[in-house]
Ligand binder design. Sequence first.
Ligand SMILES: Nc1ncnc2c1ncn2[C@@H]1O[C@H](COP(=O)(O)OP(=O)(O)O)[C@@H](O)[C@H]1O
Ligand SMILES: N[C@@H](CCC(=O)OP(=O)(O)O)C(=O)O
Length: 386
Amino acid sequence: MTHHHLADPLASARRIVVKVGSSLVTNEGRGLDEAAIGEWCRQLAVLSRGDAATGLGERREVIMVSSGAIAEGMKRLGWAKRPHEVNELQAAAAVGQMGLAQMYETKLREQGLRSAQVLLTHADLADRERYLNARSTLLTLLQYQVLPVINENDTVVTDEIKVGDNDTLGALVANLVEADLLVILTDQRGLYTADPRKDPAAELVGEARAGDLALERMAGGAGSSIGKGGMLTKIVAAKRAAGSGASTVIAWGREPDALLRLARGERIGTLLVAPTQKTQARKQWMMDHLQLRGAVVVDEGAASKLRGAGKSLLPIGMTQVQGVFSRGDVIAVRDITGSEIGRGLANYSSAEARLLCRKPSNEIAQLLGYSAEPEMVHRDNLVLTR
Ligand SMILES: Nc1ncnc2c1ncn2[C@@H]1O[C@H](COP(=O)(O)OP(=O)(O)O)[C@@H](O)[C@H]1O
Ligand SMILES: N[C@@H](CCC(=O)OP(=O)(O)O)C(=O)O
């Protein structure tokens, strides 16, 4: 084994989710902080483009998760106090989201970066099929070097089915796209041993293991009336992000060049290291958590490409489909002798897969009336059995 030490979680991160909280984005509710948003967008553009001169030659894929819709909506509606009525909160979110989207669009365009608004709900992430759709949309945007700006779709979701806070949403997005790093920018310099607003003796935690229970005892709720989650949701988010192998940094949103410095490997704020690496985390998830719904049998050519060359499974290599499964279910991939090659997420249902056996991918659209992906199981969603 050669890969004994873990790569530096900051400098090696190539896919990064950045989350900013309401109080930062809206300047404590005073209105969208154009200068702050402009600063993050400038840094995001450098990361996305790559800039050898600043020691960031390689391009990173970046996704923004931004709060602030409700706070900004309240400001625009002239509401001084946060309403309790759900419909009023939802109305405020709808008003504020316009401002958010417009601001990010403008600031990113100034940097020569294209952006896209993505509003997600809990259901989009809980349902396997919608999950895969959201995932492939986000990955497509990244592929085209578009920066997705994500928020919860507050206007349509009711309390019971809400993600509820954007720290959690950021972690779910990190899971969704299998990010390497989640950066949570907030109004404190990181996680302290106690809420620094209440305890002046509190000290900054430099580094810890994501998921360490001692962290949860340090974290309190939101310090202001603007933010939603406080530190606890950030700690829990870090644990969740670690589930897919992403480490988390909690840092001050006004720290100069925070995103660039982090990407260069500088330690800023609190680093919560994911104990398992990405590929291992995915493998565990695929092997442990899911029951198999079915299988596809592949010919020898496909089997050797999967085993040896690290390729995706294309419909043309499939000879047989077993069981009943939906798009997004975990299925086994077997060779002609019946032995398992690997497991992965099916891009097509069993009924569709039966129609696709032995067919070239350019016929998928014609056979099914639509085409989701050219692969039956994408390499990134496939784990080889040992
Ligand atoms: N242990 C802690 N370390 C740092 N901040 C803490 C801690 N416990 C509670 N907090 C509070 O959490 C707040 C940040 O959470 P929140 O207001 O939800 O911000 P955001 O809008 O960035 O999500 C801080 O202002 C702070 O008062
Ligand atoms: N989706 C909500 C944000 C909710 C939220 O989690 O806020 P925060 O704790 O400030 O990140 C909004 O845009 O107002």
